[in-house]
Design a protein around this ligand. Structure first.
Ligand code: TXA
Ligand code: MG
Length: 334
């Protein structure tokens, strides 16, 4: 995979690759995306193949601004209020697809709705401006694996990628929050980088999708984001053979994997998502730390409890819901 630094040259090259129907890895403020021209059936088919993604799982569209989003979706009034509050940024809105949107039906998995957001990352915004069209971009990992928050983690789809731009570590580290406005009541389809508590003042209470609303899609399936090592959630002690994903020092001072095996502690087998208990920091570290611990091939990864719901203070308040959602899917039996 050809990795370029951000700048006018790489932005122009990425836009040219997209126009040529090729795939590009691009940084966003949430996770790295694997981008393709959303109007190009062949590029979208190549994207599904590169990710090993089931064809029934629709993609998120990325556009430069609200006007571009309105050319693709029929946005109700509440969507415009959400857009004013959170775009550019990590909120994805699902709404009815316009008949004349020109999006590849394959990208939408044949649905009559589509998911769209205006991303905030300056590199992604520059590519969108230069390219001038909608970019479909799922996370740049192989389907079912951990989402990439650094360029090093983007090698899964490797061979079929024309180029990648290294935008540094992703600021949020968790995918966008997905809200559906396609039905009679607003639904939270995926907890993510914008906490529920910031959205509900605009939408009213967000419902949970029932079986009938369901896109039967991997990001919403029980087992997803799966590391090779089993996770043991809500750990309050460390067992022999376990690596440790701690939060706020809850498991500090307990004997770790190395000590339990009679070897001095190596450090790498224990990572704390946020020693100070900041959920925004924990979210930003989440996928990278899980990937590092997974690479140790421990018997299991013990994960300290993460406060759920509205807990926490400062910028991270409310992010526990999204982190715990990822943890449950990563821990679910396959
Ligand atoms: O932060 C993000 O959203 C990242 C960055 C790259 O923007 N993208 C991302 O894409 O996480 P992906 O493909 O990994 O997740 C997209 C999710 C899937 O769970 C899919 O089922 C859902 O969006 N989705 C897409 N279109 C939908 C629709 N019309 N209705 C319901 N869900 C939809
Ligand atoms: Mg994904």
């Amino acid at each position: 995979m050809r990795i370029l630094p951000p700048g006018p040259t790489s932005v122009a090259a990425a836009a040219a690759s997209l126009r040529a129907g090729q795939l590009v890895v691009l940084p966003t403020e949430t996770v790295y995306g694997l981008g393709a021209d959303a109007r190009d059936d062949r590029a979208i088919a190549a994207l599904y193949a590169a990710k090993g993604r089931p064809r029934f799982n629709p993609l998120i569209l990325h556009v430069a601004d609200l006007a571009a989003a309105e050319r693709i979706l029929d946005l109700p009034a509440v969507a415009l209020r959400l857009a004013a509050a959170f775009w550019p940024g990590p909120l994805t809105i699902v709404a009815p697809l316009r008949a004349d949107a020109g999006i590849s039906p394959l990208a939408m998995a044949g649905l009559e709705t589509a998911a769209i957001r205006v991303p905030a990352h300056p590199v992604m915004r520059a590519v969108l401006a230069e390219f001038g069209g909608p970019i479909a971009a799922p996370s740049a990992n192989l389907s079912g694996q951990l989402s990439p928050t650094t360029i090093d983690a983007c090698h899964g789809p490797g061979a079929s990628v024309a180029l990648a731009i290294d935008g540094g570590p992703c600021r949020h580290g968790l995918e966008s929050t997905i809200v559906s406005l396609a039905g009679t009541t607003p639904l939270l389809l995926r907890a993510g980088a914008v906490p529920r508590r910031r959205i509900e003042p605009i939408t009213g209470l967000l419902g949970a999708p029932g079986p009938a609303d369901g896109v039967r899609a991997p990001g919403m399936l029980v087992s997803h984001y799966a590391p090779a090592t089993p996770l043991r959630l809500m750990a309050r002690e460390i067992r022999p053979g376990e690596a440790v994903l701690d939060f706020h020092g809850q498991l500090a001072g307990l004997p770790g994997r190395a000590e339990l095996q009679g070897v001095p502690l190596q450090g790498a087998g224990r990572l704390d998502l946020s020693p100070s208990g900041d959920l925004a920091e924990a979210a930003a570290n989440f996928f990278t730390f899980l990937r590092q611990l997974d690479a140790m091939r421990a018997g299991a990864i013990a994960v300290a409890p993460i406060p759920d719901g509205d807990a926490g203070e400062g910028p991270g308040q409310g992010l526990g819901e999204a982190i715990n959602d990822r943890l449950r899917r990563a821990a679910a039996p396959r």
